[in-house]
Design a protein around this ligand. Structure first.
Ligand code: SF4
Length: 619
């Protein structure tokens, strides 16, 4: 056990290093600062959203382009940590920068020099000896930068205890990290509030490190094996939390000259965990097969609507900004309607972002639109119901198309992903995707993303179920880190041996189709006021549907009487049985040819005898 001196313990410093989005303060730092201040009235809690300084120093556009890709981001400080590896790290940077016009001209050596300058100035000008503890929040893209800071600080201030935490560390990934990086004294597994405040209480009051093993949620090199799997220690009731404190981020921003200043987006949270994951437990798997977003939480918790509304009101008034991004993996199923209704009553012209499931009800989306939710990320992931089942997504293609249509109609920008190369997907999944893409072309295009294997995800835990023969660290880590570290650590991004070569060929037609979709969508909208591709006007006893086409005149269709009524009834997807119930005079023999004609013209979508009208009303 290490000997520690009794330190004067008046302040702690918490840091977030590059490369998070520069335009938002760190919610991790903001929340921890508020919590610690509420627990220790005389403790000074200094937070450094240091990434903002780097962004300002190298330029926002360059910073943003780097921060968008994990491997690009991790190369910069890896080259500073391991200068002897910089030639191969530079090659990785160049490879990852391909296809990014902003990065084509970047000289990697010059970039690392500029980043080193601003970083080293910051580290050297700070008197770290005044702090009783330094904590690092490490999420995706922050591993090498945080390690660089820790090494440099610890070299100069060996007695300063260092604690790290964040979504990069589950129990298994923390294990050898402590062995490989002895500069780190403690790792928090799970959320930070309770373990960190207990650690501070301990360090304030005691020099006896024997008891340190008894802090739940904290591991040390000595206690890791005893503690694994680590017991989480988390806040039971999120309503007990105060709003995050972003003062330190705004203080940095105030020091920038006028051209460099901007109105940041304020991160907020309603919940922690994932209600879908909690409910979708089957065959030892829970939640979406590819997801490892909830490793740092046990269970699901959410704040009550009044508290969320009060927090947003407080944060936007205090920081004089109206853009808010909810950081929840997905906003709550039950209370979202109430939250957004109440937010709209504040009558603030917010600009909100949140992540939602495809099952989100139309009335909740309408509440979101009234509250000025301008952008959502819907967990669509696939347009094949077969594949959605393999992903354990709990949704179907028709639900996905319905929410895409609803977003288009409500003017909410939907930025969703289509996952390609999912292990175990087959030609029938691809065929279904290609067919269904034909029906999605009038809605905002999705981005395709290649499946990556996340540590702790259901696929990683049950690789054989997905045809995976072996899992191991992603080989890019072997470029970033020396061999012994690559071998001994378990990193968050994993690679696998399985059917990847087959998947790459298999998904080519979908890639082509998505590219065509984007091109056509952009061209149809270019040069005009943004107008809908597939829309209708209602004449009360007839309906005119207008279908815009690329390089061709629009098609128009008129639906009279009952055809109009059926079309309007299917604005939300309806089963054949339900349509027949609604229109008792109609027989199946008459209905089916009409529906088939509508599907053939791509005006409706059909799946498993359920029908969805695709056109949206002109407002
Ligand atoms: S992808 Fe989203 S909905 Fe699925 S388990 Fe993860 S957090 Fe939950």
């Amino acid at each position: 056990m290490k000997e520690k001196q009794i330190r004067t313990f008046k302040s702690v410093v918490l840091l977030s290093t590059p490369w998070p989005l520069f335009s938002r303060p760190s919610i991790q730092l903001g929340t921890l600062k508020s919590y610690l201040k509420s627990q220790f009235s005389s403790l000074e809690v200094v937070t450094h959203h240091f990434y903002l300084k780097v962004a300002e120093s190298i330029g926002y556009k360059l910073y943003h382009a780097i921060s968008e890709r994990t491997w690009l981001a991790e190369t910069v400080y890896a080259a500073l940590l391991y200068p002897e590896r910089s030639a191969s790290i530079e090659k990785l940077f160049i490879k990852e920068a391909k296809g990014k016009p902003r990065l084509r001209e970047v000289d990697f050596k010059d970039l690392t020099k500029r980043v080193a300058k601003v970083t080293d100035e910051f580290i050297n000008n700070m008197n770290w000896s005044v702090f009783g503890l330094a904590g690092f929040s490490i999420c995706l893209c922050q591993l090498t930068s945080a390690l660089y800071f820790i090494r440099r600080i610890k070299r100069k201030f060996p007695d300063l205890p260092i604690v790290i935490g964040g979504s990069m560390f589950t129990g298994v990934s923390a294990k050898n990290l402590l062995k490989m990086f002895p500069e780190i004294d403690f790792v928090i597994i799970g959320e930070g509030e309770l373990p960190l405040s207990r650690l501070i209480s301990y360090l304030k009051d005691s020099s006896n490190l024997e008891d340190i093993s008894h802090i739940p949620g904290i591991v040390t090199p000595e206690t890791f094996n005893l503690e694994y799997p680590v017991v989480f220690s988390q806040i039971e009731d999120l309503n007990s939390l105060l709003p995050p404190d972003y003062d330190d981020y705004f203080d940095i921003l105030k020091t920038f000259n006028e051209e460099k200043t901007f109105f940041p987006t304020l991160p907020a949270e309603i919940s922690r965990g994932c209600w879908w994951q909690r409910s979708a437990v089957s065959d030892n798997k829970s939640g979406c097969a590819f997801c490892n977003l909830n490793l740092q939480w046990k269970g699901y918790r959410s704040k009550n609507p009044d508290q969320v509304v009060a927090e947003l009101d407080h944060l936007t008034s205090k920081y004089r900004s109206l853009s808010v991004a909810f950081m929840d993996n997905l906003v709550p199923e039950k209370t979202s309607g109430e939250i957004f209704d109440k937010l709209s009553k504040l009558e603030k012209d917010f600009r909100l972002f949140c992540e939602i499931r495809a099952t989100t009800k139309r009335r909740v989306l309408e509440s979101m639109e009234r509250a000025e939710v301008q952008e959502v990320q819907v967990g669509i992931e696939a347009l094949s119901t077969r594949l959605l089942k393999k992903l354990n997504k709990g949704t179907t293609a028709i639900q996905n198309l319905e929410i895409m249509k609803n977003c288009e109609e409500l003017g909410i920008v939907n930025t969703s992903n289509l996952i390609l190369h999912f292990p175990g997907s087959d030609s029938d999944d691809v065929k279904e995707t290609v067919q269904n893409l034909e029906f999605a072309v009038s809605f905002r295009p999705m981005r395709f993303v290649h499946f990556w294997l996340g540590l702790g995800s259901p696929v990683w835990q049950n690789p054989k179920d997905f045809g995976i023969k072996a899992v191991f660290n992603h080989p890019n880590y072997a470029t970033l880190f020396p061999p012994e570290i690559y071998r001994q650590m378990v990193f968050m991004i994993q690679a696998y041996r399985g059917d990847l070569g087959y998947q790459r060929k298999l998904w080519q037609p979908v890639k082509r189709k998505v590219k065509e979709w984007k091109k056509a969508y952009d061209e149809i909208h270019s040069g005009h006021v943004h107008s809908l591709i597939l829309s209708y006007r209602d004449g009360k006893d007839f309906l005119i549907i207008r279908q815009k086409r690329l390089s061709a005149d629009p098609l128009t269709h008129r639906l009279e009487g009952m055809s109009r009524e059926i079309y309007l009834f299917c604005r939300q997807h309806r089963s054949l049985k339900r349509i027949l119930q609604q229109f008792p005079k109609l027989t199946e023999d008459r209905l089916i040819p009409f529906l088939k004609m509508m599907v053939d013209k791509k005006l409706m979508f059909e799946e498993n005898r359920k029908y969805l009208s695709l056109a949206v009303p002109i407002k």
